[in-house]
Design a protein around this ligand. Structure first.
Ligand code: SF4
Ligand code: SF4
Length: 172
């Protein structure tokens, strides 16, 4: 989804966004049932929390600086889900968030590779199609909309025509 903006090579040498600590465990990807089934087939020990047809891997309680790595991460090959990678991951580090009832597209500061790019470049990518794809997917899958976190710079506020349709559901 971020072809032309983010190189596979940068991600191969990083993988930061596939590991979570207790401060960002809320960023675990939301999976649809196809993806959750595929992950269960590949990693049968994986446990999920399910809500309205959306699945999130259970990480358990994390202590101190403990890191939980997504079970779909293979340290050599990267994500083993291939085409079934969660939408959430295919747009990362872009996020769609709910700011007091208005949906916004923001960027996660954890991804140094994109966070340090000129703002104009990041916004242009949203305007050139990504924003619309995210918005359409979120309308059908509102569980991917996260509650707004003030550390995430906002790149686009979805217009009034969009907010009228906001379903105002968030995952905490
Ligand atoms: S944090 Fe950014 S560069 Fe690193 S793996 Fe994730 S998307 Fe790629
Ligand atoms: S599903 Fe794949 S890309 Fe997403 S966090 Fe897990 S390993 Fe990373």
């Amino acid at each position: 989804m971020l072809k032309g903006l983010l190189e596979n090579k940068s991600c191969r040498e990083c993988r930061i966004c596939c590991g979570f600590d207790k401060t960002d465990i809320w960023e675990m990807p939301v999976m649809n049932s196809d993806t959750a089934k595929e992950l269960s087939r590949l990693r049968p020990d994986t446990e999920f929390t399910e809500k309205d047809g959306a699945f999130i891997v259970k990480a358990g309680r994390l202590e101190g600086d403990e890191l939980f790595f997504c079970p779909a991460l293979d340290k050599e090959k990267g994500c083993i889900l291939g085409d079934k990678k969660p939408f959430d991951c295919s747009i990362w580090p872009y996020r769609i968030m709910d700011l007091n009832g208005t949906w916004v597209i923001s960027i996660c500061p954890v991804c140094g590779e994109l966070y340090n790019r000129p703002l104009r470049e990041l916004v242009e990518f949203v305007e050139n199609g990504l924003g619309e794809k995210i918005y359409k997917y979120a309308l059908e899958n509102p569980d991917i909309v996260k509650k707004y976190d003030h550390s995430y710079p906002i790149l686009k506020v979805l217009g009034e025509e969009n907010t009228d349709n906001c379903l105002k559901r968030t995952i905490n």
